[in-house]
Design a binder for this molecule. Sequence first.
Ligand code: SAH
Length: 326
Amino acid sequence: MDLALLDRTLSERGEPSYRARQVWEWTARGSASYGEMTTLAKPLRTVLAEEVPFSTLEVVTEREARDGTLKVLFRTHDGHPVEAVLMCYRDGRRSLCLSSQSGCPLTCTFCATGTMRFGRNLNASEILDQALHFRRIAPVNHAVYMGMGEPFLNYADVIESARRLPDLGITPRRTTISTVGWMPGLSRFVDEVDEPIRLALSIHAADPELRSELMPVNDRYPLGDVVTECRRYFELRRRKVFVEYVMLAGVNDSPAAARALAALLDSRTFKVNLIPYNPTGTFEGSSRQTIEGFKRELDRARIPATVRLTRGRDIEAACGQLASVR
Ligand code: SAH
């Protein structure tokens, strides 16, 4: 729902200022249409249905993986593709993976999103409409900004959307924004966001040359500066930073690479999440044993580390696989 258009439409009709909040609350709690909003007068519901489309996104396709993961391809009003994913876990966790951009201008070599054409930043309403789509299917309690795009290239709309997620049942502590270390956005996040929204950093290699090869953005914002900024975040906010590290066979998965990663990090600020590589064509994923060996090196250096559970691989819904045209 275009929240700016909603505001305009309501105020043009002379509605009181709390009306927009009312509409939003119904929507955030999973209403499927204006028709269900029984605290609004019927004529007003009719006007809204005509003038403010219930969603800014149109559903193009919906796919369900064997593990129950749901991936939806949406289209914006101007034709840009956007994908989002719902993951359900046995412990009751229902986690949304949201996109912040259509496509991505960064060209990380292992990520499928980087190979599609970059469209544009999504506005806050378009980000929220991804979440609202799933909220209408089931209650949700976690969200990660790990879909298409680099959230900190779209700072204002990402933060605006994240601040509304609690109305859908997703608290700041259960909201994670993941970045490659785009410094302008990262610094603003550190300075401006008081809510305990979690921060995740995609590192993938401690060695500067290798990281630049895998993630060209490293030339612009070197990892050393990014790690320093994360330490400032910890000092200011007392919250750990999650490190994401995709395990690529023969590329970044040696015991020496693990030791270099451990030397770069400290256990006070960081917690590492090792990510099994999801096929996108370019690399081979590290074996189970190699991942375990890598984790052992981190254990030895007392850097906390876990291995990420892979979901939705059979429908290209897993990390790094979101790309609407292939
Ligand atoms: N641009 C942000 C948000 C996207 S998050 C960022 O990069 O952090 C997507 C996560 O999935 C990142 O940690 C990314 O590095 C990881 N990823 C990308 N391609 C992957 C792949 N093929 N297999 C597993 N993880 C991948």
